[in-house]
Ligand binder design. Structure first.
Ligand code: ATP
Length: 571
């Protein structure tokens, strides 16, 4: 499929407001995508790679503006592009407004002019874009930024109008044409006449919209059924809602109660047949993935060693990595995230902060996918997989229908320095990536919010080189809405780290005000949530405090405005 045809359809999808019309258009797009279906199924959601792949484009706005400016000709600078993005608020709009790479003469036959969309500026195809972007992502080392910019320039140079619009939005992860995961799932079912439940299950186990779309089309229901978990390919973590003991007992009669560890989520993939350093190079025995499916194997060698020692069957385990002090008591989870981030000097980091694994679920063991098994059975399997050697990592699961007994478990957890308890439906299946009612978390402490940084201000005087005040936003279906600024409680050293983290995502600057692409999630505490016209969400945080960066969360995992509204009502 030519990029022009894709762009024309993307434009039509974006113009629709009714969900059913969007779904129909996406269905038609999939039916027409031919051999580019896997790419198209991802691009329509603004994804370049499947979620289970750790590869990233790593293109910041500044690099993208340079590539656009270069394609636009000698009279346009990256600053001009940035200025126009600040005015128009959409990099796609800006990219579409330039005449790129001497294509002007072909303009009359350009993107969008043909009913079949096949008469693009120079026949650039979606497959070619994908191949170039893969090359771009694989570029590393010295000079890689220049190479990336050149590849991107080469692509922009071959686009015009809507092609440029959606290419720019794609590479900056700002597609936003109103196509969410649910729409893609439904459209796959409609386009290839397979049950939506089967598509949903296949998506949960593979995390790959492209693969599922192709299997649905080429192999139908049987093909989808045959898709299973694969060791080495992470799946979404099952998530919890806030809940209370009486709700759990009313609903299930009896609850499975566990300590809620204050660490960071890790999915362990272990295959003993893959020896480290084996000649075929098919990967290490154990790989670890964070909650957002990043590969965190290298920074956590002691967890790898523990699993290699304890587990001797192929397995996928779910659990938490906790940082522990010398006396064995838990340290705040920020210490764990520090370890996750560490790429160099891991041995030194390991000396500074000790981490341990706590396992609470088993998704696969010795060839059996266990997602549909009841929790209690999965837990029993987990115990077997860990065996005596791994016993210390097993999270104790107690079944109880007695609120007093559950209160005692909560007190023990808090005494031991943990966060509270998890209440789980003993009979429930494991639903990857879903925040359902079968797992409830109970934390007695005041709730915190995980919010996306969408703006900042440069400091003054001594801190003029540092970003000092951060604008925070909650997630909505269409993007992000602001609800406060956080400035206090941050040291110079922290500000330096935060500036380094955020600078690559700066979209535009106006005086000391900086507009930032949603990429970084902050955990913040607050005294109260107030209704307020100051911010676009209609709410404002009273006395917000910075607690840390949620390195393990993407903007899509940040708290929603709906949750903010619920918390505001409960105050
Ligand atoms: N025994 C346990 N069972 C399941 N999850 C646990 C357990 N102990 C700790 N956790 C952690 O609690 C999290 C569940 O809360 P939730 O799904 O809301 O994630 P979250 O947004 O990271 O929440 P929080 O910030 O409260 O940890 C899990 O992702 C996991 O990291």
């Amino acid at each position: 499929m030519e990029l022009a045809a894709f762009a024309e359809r993307a434009r039509a999808i974006e113009a629709e407001s009714a969900d059913s019309a969007v779904r129909e258009r996406v269905t038609d797009l999939f039916a027409a995508a031919g051999e580019d279906l896997p790419v198209v199924a991802r691009y329509v959601q603004g994804r370049v790679f499947p979620a289970h792949v750790s590869t990233k484009l790593d293109i910041g706005p500044a690099l993208c503006y340079e590539a656009i400016a270069k394609a636009a000709g000698p009279n346009v600078s990256a600053d001009d592009v940035e200025g126009r993005v600040a005015d128009l608020g959409d990099v796609g709009e800006v990219a579409a407004s330039y005449d790129f790479g001497g294509q002007q003469g072909l303009g009359a036959f350009g993107a969008g002019s043909g009913g079949d969309g096949g008469s693009g500026s120079d026949g650039l195809t979606v497959a070619e874009v994908d191949s170039e972007l893969r090359d771009l992502a694989a570029t590393e080392g010295a000079g890689s930024q220049d190479t990336k910019r050149d590849i991107l320039f080469g692509l922009f140079n071959r686009t015009e109008g809507d092609e440029a619009r959606y290419l720019a939005r794609l590479v900056l992860a700002e597609m936003r044409i109103g196509v969410g995961e649910g729409t893609v799932r439904d459209a796959i079912a409609d386009a290839f006449d397979v049950p939506v439940d089967e598509v949903e299950r296949a998506l949960q186990v593979t995390n790959d919209y492209g693969e599922v779309a192709v299997v649905a089309r080429d192999e139908g229901v049987d093909g989808l059924d045959a898709l299973g978990l694969e060791i080495g390919r992470p799946v979404g973590a099952m998530l919890a809602q806030a809940g209370i003991v009486t709700d759990a007992l009313d609903e299930w009669g009896e609850a499975a109660v566990e300590w809620k560890y204050d660490g960071a989520r890790v999915q362990v993939h272990h295959d003993p047949s893959r020896e480290d350093g084996d000649a075929e190079g098919d990967g290490p025995e154990t790989r670890l993935f964070s909650r957002n499916m990043e590969d965190v194997t290298d920074p956590l060698p002691e967890v790898v060693e523990f699993v290699d020692e304890a587990v001797d069957v192929p397995a996928i385990l779910d659990g938490e990595v906790v940082a522990v002090a010398e006396d064995g008591s838990p340290l705040p989870f920020q210490e764990v995230l520090r370890r996750f981030r560490r790429k160099h000097d891991v041995a030194k980091a390991r000396e500074d902060v000790t981490v341990e694994f706590r396992a609470f679920d088993c998704l696969h063991a010795a060839g059996d996918d266990l997602l549909d098994e009841p929790l209690v059975d999965r837990h029993a399997r987990l115990e077997t997989v860990l065996g005596e050697t791994g016993e210390s990592a097993l999270s104790a699961l107690e079944l109880s229908d007695d609120p007093d007994e559950i209160a005692d478990i909560e007190a023990e957890s808090l005494d031991a320095g943990h966060e509270g308890i998890m209440l789980k439906n003993p009979e429930s299946a494991y639903t990857p990536g879903r925040r359902g009612k079968n797992w409830l978390k109970r934390k007695p402490d005041v709730e915190t919010l995980d919010l996306v940084v969408t703006g900042a201000e440069w400091g003054e005087g001594r801190r003029a080189e540092l970003l000092g005040t951060f604008l925070l936003s909650a997630r909505t279906d269409d993007g992000f809405e602001t609800l406060g600024k956080v400035a206090t409680g941050v040291t110079d050293e922290e500000l330096e780290e935060l500036t380094d983290l955020l600078e690559p995502h700066v979209l535009s600057e106006d005086g000391t005000d900086v507009d930032i692409d949603p990429a970084v999630v902050f955990e913040v505490g607050y005294e109260e949530i107030q209704a307020s016209p100051t911010y676009s969400s209609g709410y404002a945080l009273r006395f917000p405090r910075f607690l840390g960066v949620r390195e393990d969360k993407d903007p899509d995992d940040a708290d929603s405005l709906e949750r903010v509204e619920r918390l505001a009502e409960r105050q």
